[in-house]
Structure formats: structure tokens, C-alpha cells
Design a protein around this ligand. Sequence first.
Ligand code: SF4
Ligand code: SF4
Length: 474
Amino acid sequence: MIEQPIHFMEKNGDIYEEMADWDVNAGGEKIVAKRMSGRFRNLKWFGMSVWLIYFLVPYIRWNGDQAVLLDIPNRQFHFFELTIFPQDIWMLSLTLLFFAILLAAVTSVAGRVFCGYFCFQTVWTDIYTWIETKFEGDTPQKQLRFKQAPWSIGKVLKKFTKHSLWMAIALLTGLTFSAWFTDAFELWGDVFTLQAHIAVWIAMAIFTTFTYVFAGFMREQVCFWLCPYARLQGVMYDQNTILPAYDAERGEPRGKLKKGQTDPSKGSCIDCKLCVNVCPTGIDIRKGQQEGCITCGLCIDACDSVMDKINEPRGLIRYASYAELQGHSKPQALYKRPRVIIYTLILLASLAGIVYGFLSLSATDFSVSPDRQPLFVRLSDGSIQNRYTLKLLNKENVPIEVQYRIEGLDGANLHGIHESYVIEPAKVLTITALVKVPEDKLQAGISPLIFNVDVIDGPESEITYQTIFIAPKK
Ligand code: SF4
Ligand code: SF4
């Protein structure tokens, strides 16, 4: 047998000791979290209420139309007065980049607060489990008793009502998703008369099924096994990231406390396990920071309530950084942390791009393409003619009337088009225009030419596009 060096064995011993304590709930154990009031519970309710935006916004009307409508068939996104066309989609990309970096920045400062307070999976799970506790009991013991009780009309009714409510929420979630893409009020009518588009039924089926299964049955297992963000969060933390943490130095050695007694040989933790009982992912935070922790802070509320009862200061479990718990009194200032600085710079750059995009949004989009086949035509009177394709998109919600003219090329005249055109909202007018330069005014080779669009009846008064006129080389 090969004898191992003592330090190796000690190290391995530590690892195996730690491994023996690893506890991964792979779905075999159903978590029934106790519900308690407190600061972080209130914060969670507030974060969850943000989702009302998802359910209510499709019903807001603006100038008689749906205020926010992602009109995929017509390739237009309406946000109140603003209409975004595919030409401006880069702004949407910047907006997505902004939120992705914001998520990373917030995670590096305060951990998975998005998961704990806003994420649809944890929010819907919280609502579903709340409904469940109302019918089947609010502790694991009560739910076990309910499960083991013989079937009766009361038990069937409770089960049926719970699943009906779960299904109603799932259906509403699915239908609301479609309401962002089509007229919300018409959608309800179409669904109830079974006249909705096939895409609506597919979206509803997918969202309803996933909501019901993920929030009702899989719960924290979705975060643990399926969510990519949960996997990435570790690389966004550093030792100054503040996370719900158990102050082991203050809490240990833990031990039960009898009523009216104090024990100076023990730490502040009375091993009541309330922090474990309230955890929606079933974690014992006293074992250290763990992958399944969604940083919801509910264990902090629980422990604070215990500390109040035993007249100890709050904060045995608190939001604290690793550095703080290691004895460095204060977390490093945000402006001294490289990753916060980098995230902030990217955030500012994308924000500047979004602001620039909004400020430079025009009411029209105009382009001119000179024909390449042929480059020019010599007419019988010796003049040279070029042909152009003009495309003008009306991004306004009202029709506009326009006239075309040219400038910048001596003697050139525009013909082959009408005096004016009316362009309907969100429509593109495509016309072919001819520009002719008489022989005596001709300049050999390529000359600059400017097309102007005068908006007679609309918000933008003049639109220009610089192009070229091609004549033969002498
Ligand atoms: S350990 Fe605490 S903060 Fe983490 S998920 Fe559980 S209750 Fe929330
Ligand atoms: S709630 Fe506080 S006192 Fe009770 S077991 Fe958890 S850490 Fe210890």
C-alpha cells in the first residue's frame, strides 16, 4: 500500500467530510416552505407585483389602438406614440444587451436577487405553493397528513380546486403572452369562440403546459437543473458580493435553548431550523452558500424573528459578503471593484446607444438605388438618362403626402413620376424615377446628385438622400 503524505490525507479528509454533508434534492423530496412575514417577504411581494405589467399592459389603449403591440405580421413594434420598424431593430438589440449586463452587474453586487424577487419561475412557484398551502396545509407534516388521509369528497374537492386554480393561472399566462402580439380584446373573443389563429393555440398550449408543470410540480428543480442563469451566476460573484449568509462565528456552537435560560458557552443559533423551514429551495444556509440559494432573504426574516424572541440582536443570518464574514469590516467600495466598473461602462455605452437611437428616430425611411443594368442610356437628342428606384417608408400612424425633386446637378431634370404621392401609415412607396441631363450640360463620369422629398402634409418637412449620376467618360 502506498503511504500518503500526511498533509494530502488531511486535505482529502476535509473534502470527504464536506462531501458527506452535501445534500442535493433531485426532486425526491417535496419542499413545503413555511410562510412568514418580514422585510424580505414584503420586498418579494413588491418584486412579484412587477409582473402585473405583463398581465395589464396589453389592455392599455392609446389613440384608440393597443398602446404596446408587437405586430410581427406587419413587422412593427408599437410603444404608445413610438413605432419601431425592422430598420431600427438594432435599438432592441442594445436594449437586450443593457438588461443582460444589468443582470450581471446586479448579480456581482448582490447575488441572484433577480431569481429571489423577480424571476417568473420563482414568482409563479410562490403563487402556486401559496394556493397549495391554503388547501393542503402550510407545513410538511400537515401536507403529509392530507396526502395520507383516505379519499373523501372534501379531499377530492380540495385537490380539484387547487388544480383548477393552477390551471386558470397557467391559461391566463399563456393567453396573456399572445395578447402582446395581437389585439388583446379581440383575442379573448377569438379564444372563447374558438376562432383564434393556430399560432395563438400553439403559444397558449406551450405556455400553459410549462407554467402548470414548472410552477406546480418541478418548482425549485427548474432552477437547479434547467436554468442556465443559475449555472452562470458563480462566475459573476466575487468575495465582495453580498449574499444571505450565516454568521458562523456568532452562531456556533449552536444548541437548543430552554425557555428562560441562557447559555454563555453557546453561540446565538438555537438550532430551531426555522431558517430551513422557510426556505423555498430547502437549503440550510448554515452550511454555507449553496448553488440552490436564490438569495430571497426569507431565511433572514425567519432568523430575525427568532433573535427578537430570544432578545439577541438581529443579523445572525444577513446579507453579507465573504470578505465581511472573514473579518474585513466593510465591503470594498463599488467604484474600486473592476468587474463593477466594466459592467458600468458597458451599461453606459448601451444606454447612450439607446438614447441616441430614440433621439434620432425619423418619421420616414428613404433610400435611392441607381439602376446598374444599364448604368445610363443615351437618348436620341444626345442627353444622358439614369434610372433610380426610390423607396420611402412612412413610419407615422397617419398618411403623409410627399413630392420628389432633385438638386446638386446642373441641368438635370426629374421625370417619369407623379407630382405627389400619398403614403399610408407603415407602408413603403416604391417608384421608379428617371433623371436626364442634356448633352450641353453633361459632365463626364460620376457626378453627385441629391434627391429631396418634401412632406407636404406630415411632421417631417424634408428628407434627402445623396446618390450619383453616371455619364460616359469622354
Ligand atoms: S437559503 Fe435563504 S436566501 Fe437562500 S433560497 Fe433559502 S431562504 Fe432564500
Ligand atoms: S433560524 Fe436562526 S436560530 Fe434558528 S436555526 Fe436558523 S440560524 Fe439558527
